[in-house]
Design a protein around this ligand. Structure first.
Ligand code: TYD
Length: 133
């Protein structure tokens, strides 16, 4: 599985503006159990700094942009989420960080599980050990 998996969202625009639909089982390759969004991120703040054991997520900036840092223990990538039609699928053991939020950024995340703190790996060295197992 490649580290950076883009999911192109179809824009259904007309003279009135734009519309994007995200459908369970069609656009998102997992059952959606939770949705959350991050906004109003203060200047200079970075978020994330964790991996998940089981969680799958689809993330898209529906407004503004942020820089997503992904790391699977072997490979690292920094990608801009800077379009409402450019979503990223994150699955498997991947360390993620979000940086450089624009003031207007609204980062929408669809997730495969309810919130579960025990699914988080919040220590980078523990993440690297988990990858090696
Ligand atoms: P946190 O994990 O710090 O966000 P991030 O990793 O994206 O920077 O989450 C902030 C707080 O919100 C923390 O107390 C946990 C809580 N939270 C929920 O209750 N449900 C959720 O779905 C998420 C993502 C976080």
């Amino acid at each position: 599985m490649s580290l950076v998996q883009w999911v192109e969202l179809k824009e259904m625009g007309d003279e009135r503006g734009s519309l994007v639909a995200i459908e369970a089982a069609r656009t998102v390759p997992f059952e959606i159990m939770r949705t959350y969004f991050i906004y109003g991120t203060q200047p200079g703040v970075s978020r994330g700094f964790h991996a998940h054991r089981a969680l799958k997520q689809l993330a898209v900036c529906v407004a503004g942009r942020c820089l997503m840092h992904l790391d699977n223990g072997k490979e690292k990538a920094d990608v801009w989420l800077d379009s409402p039609t450019k979503a990223i699928l994150i699955e498997g053991l991947v360390w993620r960080e979000m940086h450089d939020f624009s003031p207007d950024c609204v980062l929408l995340v669809l997730a495969s599980e309810h919130y579960d703190e025990s699914d988080y790996i919040r220590d980078y060295q523990s993440f690297l050990k988990a990858v090696q197992k």
